[in-house]
Ligand binder design. Structure first.
Ligand SMILES: *Cc1c(COP(=O)(O)O)cnc(C)c1O
Length: 423
């Protein structure tokens, strides 16, 4: 496959970089991208994020800026905020955080002081680094305590969450994660947070698009603060948002600016506004439903092929596989699948006896393939490729991987990705 040359100005000014962009376009076009935190943004989102809004400094908030010339930028940011509030039903939204990690850091700045205890899901159980894990600033500057999932069910252990919260009295409780294949019970977390007087932060980075599309319950009635990236299932540009009730609006806004950041990335704000406009359309509900239907169908097909799925399946867009029964380490499988044109990431599984840099599992998801229009009828083929790829990884069978790559690339050619040149 080859793609037509695009980006003429870039090509003329910097052929070396233009060629790299072209290579990335080709890679994204011909591979089956199963990383659950990734997606394909629309051509409209892509265009908005490459506009001259990028040239403007706008420290502050609409109507209260530290630089003049904000006649247009104020409207762009207000539009993004209003759309975020409408899509999620939130009272307050801040669209300035540069990405999910700084958004979470702003929450610490707003509600905690260094040394305070914070509680989150443990990283190897599916939590995020920024939920108080040791190697992150949030674990270095705060005292992180971690809950996990039950070994028998793979579901969040609410007895443990409650006990730990009562014992440690955390200032912040984070729920949500990066490798959680099941529905987050925001009400259960809220009850525990109220009991210990903690601020409940729902980090919906992975599932924001599913919530916007109505296929995952909303944290809005339950969480004090909602943190999300905009570039995962929500299918927007790389960026983030914080949402809350009006009572926390000032604290959050102050924490983002001037607390943590300088000028907002206005081109990203614009692209977030476009993504939220898309997420408000009926077609996005269909998309969210299809993401989940595809993940459930893929999970069934993998189970039928003897794969061990954490928690036995999925409620959302994500599947976490323990490859121990297949006798292939996660990293070996991930590298082999990459050779076969199937892009996944190796991942720890709960109670993993192996090290995080060489764990037992791989993590996959359906947001990207659904954006290309693949449906449940394609999932047997996807499961077959994964099965054959993992078997080839175990046997070191490069020929088999090359054959899978050709088959994958042929299917992908029939389902062009949004935002990419078609050739
Ligand atoms: C992706 C993610 C983040 C961090 O987002 P970045 O934009 O990569 O900094 C935070 N929390 C959760 C749960 C995530 O999945």
């Amino acid at each position: 496959m080859s793609l037509p040359l695009s980006h003429p100005a870039l090509l003329a000014a910097d052929p070396e970089l233009a060629s790299l962009v072209g290579s990335e376009e080709l890679l994204q076009s011909e591979t089956l991208r199963l990383i659950p935190s990734e997606n394909y943004v629309s051509a409209a989102v892509l265009e908005a994020s490459g506009t001259v809004l990028q040239n403007k400094y706008s420290e502050g908030y609409a109507g209260r800026r530290y630089y003049e010339g904000q006649q247009v930028i104020d409207q762009v940011e207000t539009l993004a905020i209003n759309r975020a509030k409408a899509v999620f039903g939130a009272e307050h939204a801040n669209v300035q955080p540069y990405s999910g990690s700084p958004a979470n850091l702003a929450v610490y700045l707003a509600f905690a002081r260094p040394g305070d205890t914070v509680m989150g899901m443990s990283l190897p159980m599916g939590g995020h680094l920024t939920h108080g894990w040791g190697v992150s600033a949030t674990g270095a500057w705060f005292r992180g305590v971690q809950y996990g999932v039950r070994q028998d069910t793979g579901a969040i252990d609410f007895d443990q969450v409650r006990q730990l919260a009562r014992k440690e009295r955390p200032k912040l409780i984070f729920c949500g994660g990066t490798a959680v294949p099941r529905t987050i019970d925001f009400a259960a977390f809220a009850e525990i947070a109220r009991e210990v007087d903690a601020v409940l932060v729902a980090d919906i980075a992975h599932i924001a698009g599913l919530i916007a599309g109505g296929v995952h319950p909303s944290p809005v009635p339950y969480a004090d603060v909602i943190s999300t990236t905009t570039h995962k299932t929500l299918r927007g540009p790389r960026g983030a948002m914080l949402m809350s009730r009006e009572t926390h609006a000032k604290a959050l806004d102050k924490a983002v600016f001037p607390g943590l950041q300088g000028g907002p990335h206005n081109q990203t704000t614009a692209a977030i506004a476009v993504a939220l406009h898309e997420a408000a359309q009926p077609a996005f509900r269909d998309y969210a439903r299809a993401v989940v239907a595809n993940a459930k169908a893929l999970a069934e097909e993998l189970l039928a092929r003897g794969f061990d799925l954490v928690s036995g399946g999925t409620d959302n867009h994500l599947i976490l596989m323990d490859l121990t029964p297949k006798e292939v380490p996660g990293k070996v499988a991930a590298k082999a699948l990459d050779q076969a044109g199937i892009v996944v990431n190796y991942n720890t599984v709960p109670y993993d006896p192996r090290k995080p840099f060489d764990p037992s599992g791989i993590r996959i998801g359906t947001p990207s393939l659904t954006s290309r229009g693949l449906s449940t009828g394609h999932m047997p083929a996807v499961a077959d490729w994964i099965d054959r790829g993992v078997t080839a990884a175990k046997g070191g069978d490069e020929g088999a991987l090359i054959k899978i790559r050709a088959e994958v690339s042929e299917l992908m050619a029939a389902y062009p990705a949004p935002g990419l040149p078609t050739g």
